[in-house]
Design a protein around this ligand. Structure first.
Ligand code: F0G
Length: 381
């Protein structure tokens, strides 16, 4: 039987492009290496000749892209001797922080907005034994508190203001390039704090550059100790397109939003931490920001689940919702290769999924006639 090496996570995979040394003890749960699925039915459904791929980041170990950044952040925190990590979170970062802290044998403190995170994410933080602090405020207030408290307590912040987070997350761009054999023309992402869109741009930029090139200020390629002796892997980079929920769209308003509101609780963020970097990404890539209302987001989540068998959480569907609209309007032209990142798994937020499901639950007596009638009655649908 032919053997292949066991996949042991993205730090091992991209060791030569990440700030780790031979002695670094890696804290991994086998994250990364997620499927890049080509949509078969939705392009036909919208009647457009485009190649749409979704990068299904919900298949990371804790069900979101946060694991990519968290393996790096926790690995580096442990390397620096830290015994505790802390984050503010709309849910997914807290789930990832809790899991990687458990793996490392250190403590995770997570600040979450009271009553505003999806149930699956709360269950994860609790199950991995994080210290869960619910604040009577939103993510932005939690983020400020984390920054303040970290000055008074021996804790390492693992939000995306920790530069190692973006280093880990950039590997998603590497994987996409390796599978497509090129960069996509457009890369669409949901935007909250704007760390992920920045991280992808770092990744694409790194693959487009040679040793010594610094194509963007956001590029943390070598930190002055250049060890990249590679040739460029790609000759062009995608246009980066960031979509926000309409009630939570500071990049569309051009200023911070104080009371963000959206059904896509993961991106219910009014004061993005990577504000300057994300504007730079938009300009350098010649991309754009846009917004989608909650109904459009939920419709895209449903469409993807019904037409392609792919279940993502509401925030994740924002990338596809925006992409479909821009494909239909021709802003993204036919013939394009488009990648949409699906940031988190649909099971994270079962409440919203069940609420908007159109299939009625059928309850019948436990006998053959009743079950047969239920089947025949629904076959024609
Ligand atoms: N999609 C999901 C599912 C998320 O959880 C997040 C962010 C984003 C998109 C936006 O990514 O912030 O890099 O622009 N969630 C953070 C959290 C804020 O706490 O889990 P971003």
């Amino acid at each position: 039987m032919p053997f292949r090496p066991r996949y042991t996570g993205l730090i091992e995979r991209y060791r030569d492009r990440l700030p780790v040394s031979a002695d670094t003890k890696i804290i991994s749960l086998g994250e990364g290496n997620t499927p890049l699925l080509k949509l078969n039915n939705i392009p036909k459904h919208i009647g457009k000749n485009v190649e749409i791929y979704v990068k299904y980041e919900g298949l990371n170990p804790t069900g979101s892209f946060k694991d990519r950044g968290m393996t790096m952040a926790v690995t580096k925190a442990v390397e620096a001797g830290s015994k505790a990590i802390i984050c503010a979170s709309t849910g997914n970062t807290s789930a990832a922080a809790a899991a990687y802290a458990a793996r490392a044998g250190i403590t995770a403190f997570v600040l979450i907005p009271d009553g505003k995170i999806a149930l699956g994410k709360l269950a994860q933080a609790m199950m991995h034994d994080a210290v869960v602090i619910q604040i009577k405020g939103n993510f932005d207030e939690g983020m400020q508190l984390v920054k303040d408290v970290a000055e008074h307590a021996p804790v390492t912040i693992v939000n995306s203001i920790n530069p190692y987070r973006l280093q880990g997350q950039k590997t998603a761009a590497f994987e996409i390039v390796e599978e497509l054999g090129r960069a996509p023309d457009y890369h669409c992402l949901p935007v909250g704090n704007a760390g992920n869109i920045t991280a992808h741009w770092i990744g694409y930029s790194e693959y487009a550059s040679k040793c010594g090139d610094h194509v963007t200020d956001a590029c943390a390629l070598c930190h002055g100790e250049c060890k990249f002796t590679k040739d460029a892997v790609i000759s062009s980079r995608p246009k980066m397109v960031g979509y926000q929920a309409a009630g939570s769209a500071p990049f569309m308003r051009g200023e911070m939003v104080d009371n963000p509101e959206t059904v896509a609780t993961a991106i219910r963020i009014g004061h993005p931490q990577s504000w300057d970097m994300a504007w730079k990404v938009k300009e350098e890539s010649e991309g754009w920001f846009d917004e989608c209302d909650d109904d459009t987001i939920l419709a895209a989540q449903k469409l993807l689940a019904e037409k392609e068998g792919i279940f993502c959480e509401p925030a994740s569907a924002t990338s596809l919702a925006g992409a479909i609209r821009d494909i239909q309007s021709g802003k993204i032209p036919e013939g394009s290769v488009v990648v949409c990142t699906l940031t988190g798994h649909g099971l994270k937020d079962p409440d919203i999924a069940i609420k908007q499901s159109s299939s009625p639950l059928i309850t019948v007596d436990a006998n053959l006639d009743a079950v047969r009638d239920a089947i025949l009655g629904n076959l024609a649908k």
